[in-house]
Design a protein around this ligand. Structure first.
Ligand code: KIV
Length: 270
């Protein structure tokens, strides 16, 4: 259970207080009402409506195809199930890059139509104008650096990022830029732990890692950590359950009971 159960509602300020007082931040993704309700009841600090929905909910092999309307559908469902955690929603590919006006209208749609508390954006210097404009409307923004799945066609691979000096120093300056612009936190994905640790000590805002070592908090994709998905097994992923087997066994039992006529029994009918 979370150490922060006493806090009634998690806000970006609470996350900052957690970093300032050395308390770790727990964050997981969710995409629907029922899962979000279970997560919120555990005391999780942050629920991310990630564009990883494109992978684990829709079965695409990248996050690029998911639309703003689809993200809004997932986010509305999640927000209905949450009363305590901070809900952050990913701005999907094509709704903020290279056009700060579009970025603002995308972020406004998310905030207005879903009731979420913040948005998340991938990138540093190249999306600076979009971030500035969204922040100017009073919308909290979380950054995302390192492995940015929306740029997979540029990277060409899902290997660890920023192992080389040039990419590492751009990442450090991007993290400082995001802080200076006014982002309330940054996700660092799949980068060397030492680099992430350095950034977390240099910037004051919370740094949330996924495959980035032990920083101010951690995030995982829910379906991966619950073992609903099996095909994705990076080193950083700790599986806390094997739900694929539990669900599969339950469904086989159901099929057998239906076929044998055991279900429904006398007490299960009117
Ligand atoms: O979309 C997502 O789930 C994410 C996390 C991996 C951080 O961005």
């Amino acid at each position: 259970m979370s150490i922060h159960k006493e806090v009634k509602k998690i806000t970006t300020n609470v996350l900052q207080e957690m970093k300032d007082s050395g308390k770790k931040i727990s964050m997981l993704t969710a995409y629907d009402y029922s899962m979000a309700k279970i997560l919120d009841s555990t005391g999780i600090d942050v629920i991310l409506v990630g564009d990883s929905a494109a992978n684990v909910m829709a079965g695409y092999d990248s996050t690029l195809p998911i639309t703003l309307n689809e993200m809004i559908y997932h986010a509305v469902s999640v927000v209905r199930g949450v009363s305590r955690a901070l809900v952050i929603v990913d701005l999907p590919f094509g709704t903020y890059q290279g056009n700060s006006k579009l970025a603002l209208s995308s972020a406004i749609r998310i905030m207005k139509e879903t009731g979420a508390g913040a948005v998340k954006i991938e990138g540093g210097e190249e999306v600076k104008d979009s971030i500035k404009r969204i922040l100017s409307a009073g919308i909290p923004v979380m950054g995302h650096l390192g492995l940015m799945p929306q740029s997979i066609h540029k990277f060409g691979t899902y290997v660890v990022r920023a192992k080389e000096e040039e990419e590492a120093s751009k990442l450090i300056s991007d993290a400082h830029l995001l802080e200076d612009l006014g982002c309330f936190g940054v996700v660092l994905e799949k980068i060397p732990a030492a680099l992430a640790k350095q950034i977390a000590s240099e910037v004051k805002i919370p740094i949330i890692g996924i495959g980035a070592g032990n920083v101010d908090g951690q995030v995982l994709v829910l379906h991966d950590m619950l073992g609903i998905t099996q095909e994705f097994s990076p080193r950083f992923l700790r599986r806390y359950a094997t739900l694929d087997k539990i669900i599969g066994d339950a469904v086989v039992n159901y099929i057998n009971d239906v076929k044998s006529g055991d279900f429904p029994n006398k007490n299960e009918q009117y």
